[in-house]
Design a protein around this ligand. Structure first.
Ligand code: HEC
Length: 172
């Protein structure tokens, strides 16, 4: 009697019904189990892919400018690494200063306001950008002076600046 109260209204064969379900699962063909597994993975997907970076809301034209600048940053970085690897320090320094250093600041000054990324960045994000320019200029100075050991020691600061910002900010 108590048993019946616990399971609520039933057809009088709760145990047998449960057994039938179990039997059905164990008879499932591998493909069926596969589907279950896939479904679980899909459900877990959004939780795994959670993006913890902060969102900086930039107007669309500023987003476009930023992304173009980023692609150029990557090209510049690759050139710098290649030049350092082949001991062309002066050239590496020149590119670092022009493309990534303090000299590269303000290059969007003549664009319409909504196409300039800088003024739309939250101060903390902007500060990371500034840090990157400073790191590039510091490297550039050492490289252009032919200070090989110092330039090499400063090189990771260049990539470090990219990583620092990418790790904490997104624009979409
Ligand atoms: C001040 C922050 C900041 C710094 C510093 C920075 N980035 Fe970015 N970068 C971003 C943001 C924000 C995005 C866009 C992320 C998104 O799509 O939400 C981005 C995107 C990119 C992309 C992808 C562009 C595309 O087509 O979507 C590349 C490549 C890139 N950055 C390279 C670099 C390199 C190389 C450096 C260092 C030399 C660098 N970035 C430094 C903020 C930064």
């Amino acid at each position: 009697m108590v048993f019946h109260l616990d399971v609520g209204p039933c057809d009088g064969h709760p145990v047998r019904r449960g057994q039938r379900t179990l039997a059905r699962v164990s008879r499932m063909r591998p493909r069926g189990l596969h589907r279950l597994w896939l479904m679980g993975l899909l459900l877990a997907g959004p939780a795994l892919a959670e993006d913890t970076r902060q969102l900086a809301t930039l107007p669309l034209p500023a987003q476009e400018t930023l992304r173009q600048e980023m692609l150029n940053n990557l090209i510049a970085l690759n050139e710098i690494l290649t030049l350092v690897a082949t001991d062309k320090l002066k050239e590496a320094g020149a590119i670092a200063e022009q493309q990534l250093g303090l000299s590269a600041q303000g290059r969007h000054r003549d664009k319409p306001f909504e196409a300039r990324p800088g003024p739309h960045m939250p101060p903390a994000m902007h500060a990371l950008g500034m840090e990157g320019h400073r790191a590039a200029s510091e490297f550039a100075k050492a490289a252009q002076a032919g200070e090989r050991d110092r330039a090499q020691a400063l090189l990771p600061n260049l990539t470090g600046a990219c990583v620092n910002c990418h790790a904490s900010w997104r624009i979409r």
